[in-house]
Design a protein around this ligand. Structure first.
Ligand code: AP5
Ligand code: MG
Length: 214
């Protein structure tokens, strides 16, 4: 099964993508996590990406498209994947469609996690992220067992640099301008499904399971 997660920054794409990946035993491919891992390791890609991410802007398509196409060709993706944070622009979506077409394949579902902007700003300040394994928590809605420590890998949790309120507002602007048009793109392909992302995490997941057919 090939799934795309759509939604504003902080809508809960990562939270739900991890659960989908666990339940369906497919890899969770998050471009944000790939960039953050590269930033942490100080790679050339990481240094280039950081300049854009810290400003709340998108990393240019030239740096992003090839990276994802390569990742999806790895053997663990043979039975499908859940893509989180990709595509984010029409050129990214078009390239994904055409790469899959070459293989006679296509995306099965684009799941749009719908959350209004007002809720987003409130959520982001409370998020804590593990930059080692990509897990996310929330100081009120999804607490780790031990404060400040990742349940999965026991590394320290941090407030992401791009979760400062002014950067979140910029990310929302960029989302509306560049990523929201993908909703229509996938609606036209007949694979868009929208879930109400303001429900609690468990209910959002139930709605997704209903769509994907457990
Ligand atoms: P990325 O890491 O993808 O960030 P994002 O899209 O801004 O999304 P987030 O990870 O911030 O939010 P999320 O939807 O995953 O929400 P989460 O589950 O954590 O990208 C970062 C940057 O990298 C981009 O800004 C861009 O610069 C660059 N980039 C990445 N991909 C790119 C691409 N394809 N092209 C170009 N540039 C790219 O949830 C948020 C919080 O809310 C958490 O604390 C969570 O615990 C909580 N929460 C989740 N669900 C609920 C709920 N139902 N109720 C209450 N709280 C909830
Ligand atoms: Mg995320």
């Amino acid at each position: 099964m090939k799934i795309i997660m759509l939604g504003a920054p902080g809508a809960g794409k990562g939270t739900q993508a991890k659960r989908i990946a666990d339940k369906w035993q497919i890899p969770h491919v998050s471009t944000g996590d790939i960039f953050r891992a590269n930033i942490k390791q100080g790679t050339e890609l990481g240094n280039k990406a950081k300049a854009f991410i810290d400003k709340g802007m998108l990393v240019p398509d030239e740096l992003t498209i090839e990276l994802v196409i390569d990742r999806l060709q790895q053997s663990d993706c043979a039975n499908g994947y859940v893509l989180d944070g990709y595509p984010r622009t029409i050129p990214q979506a078009e390239s994904l469609t055409s790469e899959l077409n070459k293989l006679g394949e296509s995306v099965d579902y684009a799941i749009n996690v719908d959350v209004p902007d007002e809720n987003i700003v409130r959520r982001m300040g409370g998020r804590r992220a593990c930059l080692t394994c990509g897990a996310t928590y929330h100081i009120a809605y999804a607490q780790p067992k031990q404060e400040g420590i990742c349940d999965r890998c026991q590394n320290a949790l941090v407030l992401r640099d791009d979760d400062k309120p002014e950067t979140v507002l910029k990310r929302l602007d960029v989302y509306h301008a560049q990523t929201q048009p993908l909703i229509e793109y996938y609606e036209n392909q007949g694979i868009l499904r929208t879930v109400d992302g303001t429900m609690d995490m468990e209910d959002v997941f139930k709605a997704i399971v209903d769509i994907l057919g457990a």
